[in-house]
Write a protein that binds this ligand. Structure first.
Ligand SMILES: Nc1nc2c(ncn2[C@@H]2O[C@H](COP(=O)(O)OP(=O)(O)OP(=O)(O)O)[C@@H](O)[C@H]2O)c(=O)[nH]1
Length: 399
């Protein structure tokens, strides 16, 4: 009898232990599985791999619980560590930046203004002189139509006013060039949005200065007391995300990035905007990888980045970064990028290294999109809002 009770007891114990074991294993899987499903349903259906770019892997089962469950595996939010606080820099105020940087513009572009002034001050302006004037304007990348228009206007005025005195010539040129550059265009950046962060995407071909521009612009916004968040959607170049977060750290701005090389840029951009909304940032700025405008798969990928972000928030600005030293080639880039992502403003970089300032006019004419910012050096505060009158004054400044 005792033996039977013992057998019964052992059988019951075995059943109890195996049931417990079953639930323990399930319990270990349930939470991550639920999390993974939640993660997958949060992804955009459009957010599929394309052109050799991988989607971010879903969280693995042994992924530790974190305070940021909404971020996919491989996407980190780099909160500014407190140890960096003492080294956080105070960027230069935006007002008066172009005045400080004007010497650079004068140095690189003054030859253009000087030649024009000299030619127009000649005692006699014959056809050869007008041809020379045309040449100077074309060399400065003003573009054919604006050059012809300007020469016609100048011819008319010289005929009517008939004066060669340098001060008058200068004021005439200032007026005509300023009209061409168009002071009436709205060049303000949209950096506020109602009830959500303003979203700025930065696009362009390789090496034009996109990441540098995002970094410099973050500094400008911080100087205006904006809370900024950066999204490193340039997942193609290994060092780009690091480069961007370094810019962010310098002014105490967090960066959302992926630690998976070649991760889906649309995912990173989406997570950045998501995090920006959660943190109630004023502005989210998304850096994208450089891509040639004739690579259709890469241009499609860029379109997708914007579309995926738009599932979360409107995109307020798409800034196309153009390298001023590449001259007319920038026009082709601008055309194609505009078709894909509806460019709202141009950032013209490296104007410190070229006498081709006329490209400002050519681009605006061709695209109907204003130049909003200009880059005048590699330094952290060498980016300035573009101002038509200041720009022309710098072109014609004596020195
Ligand atoms: N002189 C000068 N150099 C600049 C300016 N803006 C950017 N640069 C330099 O241009 C180089 C390329 O800049 P990046 O910001 O890495 O360019 P990117 O477009 O992000 O490059 P990819 O990601 O490879 O496409 C760097 O050496 C910058 O310092 C500028 O206004 N003037």
């Amino acid at each position: 009898m005792d033996f039977d009770v013992l057998i019964l007891f052992i059988v019951l114990a075995v059943i109890l232990l195996s049931t417990l074991g079953f639930f323990l294993v399930q319990g270990g899987k349930l939470l991550p599985k639920a999390k993974r499903e939640q993660y997958l349903t949060q992804r955009d259906p459009d957010d599929l791999p394309s052109g050799g770019v991988d989607t971010l892997p879903a969280p693995t089962e042994d992924r530790p619980e974190t305070a940021e469950p909404s971020l996919g595996d491989g996407v980190d939010l780099l909160e500014e560590p407190t140890v960096l606080e003492p080294t956080v820099e105070t960027p230069e105020p935006v007002a008066g930046r172009l005045a400080r940087l004007r010497a650079r513009l004068v140095k690189s572009n003054n030859i253009f203004g000087k030649s024009l002034l000299a030619l127009l001050s000649r005692d006699e302006i014959d056809e050869d002189v007008w041809e020379e004037i045309e040449e100077v304007l074309l060399m400065a990348d003003l573009g054919t139509d604006p050059t012809m228009e300007l020469v016609d206007r100048l011819r008319e005025r010289v005929k009517v006013e008939g004066t060669r005195d340098p001060a008058t010539v200068k004021s005439m040129l200032t007026q005509e060039l300023t009209d061409l550059v168009d002071p009436t265009l709205d060049r303000r950046l949209t950096v506020t949005a109602e009830g959500r962060p303003a979203v700025i995407m930065v696009v362009g071909v390789n090496g034009v200065g996109k990441t540098t521009t995002v970094g410099k612009l973050a500094r400008m916004l911080v100087a205006e007391d904006k809370d900024v968040l950066l999204g490193a959607a340039d997942t193609f170049r290994a060092a780009a995300a690091e480069q961007l977060s370094t810019w962010g750290h310098r002014v105490g701005v967090p960066t959302v990035k992926s630690d998976v090389e070649g991760a889906d840029p649309a995912s990173v951009a989406y997570e950045a905007v998501d995090k920006g909304i959660e943190l109630e940032a004023d502005v989210v700025m998304i850096d994208t990888a450089g891509r040639l405008q004739n690579k259709s798969n890469l241009m499609d990928e860029l379109g997708k980045v914007k579309r995926v972000v738009e599932k979360k928030s409107a995109v307020d600005e798409v800034l196309l970064v153009l390298d001023a030293t590449t001259g007319q080639n920038g026009l082709n880039q601008a055309k194609v990028f505009s078709e894909v992502v509806n460019v709202t403003g141009i950032v013209l970089t490296k104007l410190d290294g070229t006498a081709r300032g006329g490209i400002v006019v050519a681009i605006q004419r061709q695209l109907g999109v204003p130049v909003k910012l200009i880059g005048l050096g590699e330094g952290p505060d060498d980016l300035a809002p573009f101002d038509a009158a200041e720009f022309v004054a710098a072109l014609l400044e004596d020195h």
